[in-house]
Design a protein around this ligand. Structure first.
Ligand SMILES: [Zn+2]
Ligand SMILES: [Zn+2]
Length: 198
């Protein structure tokens, strides 16, 4: 280790050919650490760039992308039982979603809503930016509800004097679910035509 540090530093630019070369392990076991929802690979001082960020989508953020040896290094690390990076929260989009999480219709990239903490911005074809914001709010609403502990009633339940439930009540979640289902049905009808059985 000391010997390696005393030797003059050689700059190595990682090229796309390098992953094919068996000699890459000469650079020593690259250290893998978890940074948020991705892996940071540290190849040591001899390699430039020294630090690589490999996402859960098996690509490196350096110019080599999926061809970067760091991707293989992360796979080795995981196969050896290394800890997995935490899953993305449901208000974080590392890529434009295939389908709107609120209504299921197609989504398009919308860079004005790109945020470091929330990933890529998108709009959905049935609502524009509205469903983006609804999706962003869901974890907040859930957290608030968990803090309150109790379901939040739009119409409180009716319980008789002897404890019998006369009316189960309607919660904020019930209303939201019903609205989401109605919206999804509307989108389906729009896409596939009206079918009274669906
Ligand atoms: Zn890389
Ligand atoms: Zn939508």
């Amino acid at each position: 280790m000391l010997d390696r540090q005393l030797r003059p530093q050689r700059e190595v630019v990682v090229t796309p050919i390098q992953p094919l070369l068996p000699g890459l392990s000469d650079w020593g076991p690259a250290q893998v650490t978890i940074v948020e929802h991705a892996y940071r690979v540290d190849w040591g001082q001899g390699v430039r760039p020294r630090f690589h960020h490999v996402t859960k989508r098996k690509t490196c953020q350096c110019a080599l992308g999926p061809a970067c040896p760091s991707v293989l290094r992360v796979r080795e690390y995981l196969e050896a039982g290394g800890e997995r990076a935490p899953e993305y929260p449901d208000d974080y989009w590392p890529a434009i979603p295939d389908a709107c999480p609120i209504c299921g219709s197609a989504c398009d990239a919308y860079p004005p809503l790109d945020f470091a903490a929330h990933g890529l911005g998108w709009t959905c074809r049935s609502s524009g930016t509205l469903h983006y914001w609804e999706a962003r709010l869901r974890p907040i609403l859930r957290a608030r509800q968990a803090l309150n502990g109790e379901p939040r009633w739009v119409i409180p339940p009716v319980v008789s004097a002897n404890g019998e439930v006369l009316y189960p009540g309607v919660t904020v979640d019930d209303v939201r679910t019903a609205r989401e289902q109605a919206q999804a049905t509307r989108c389906r009808w729009r896409a596939e035509g009206y079918n009274p059985l669906s």
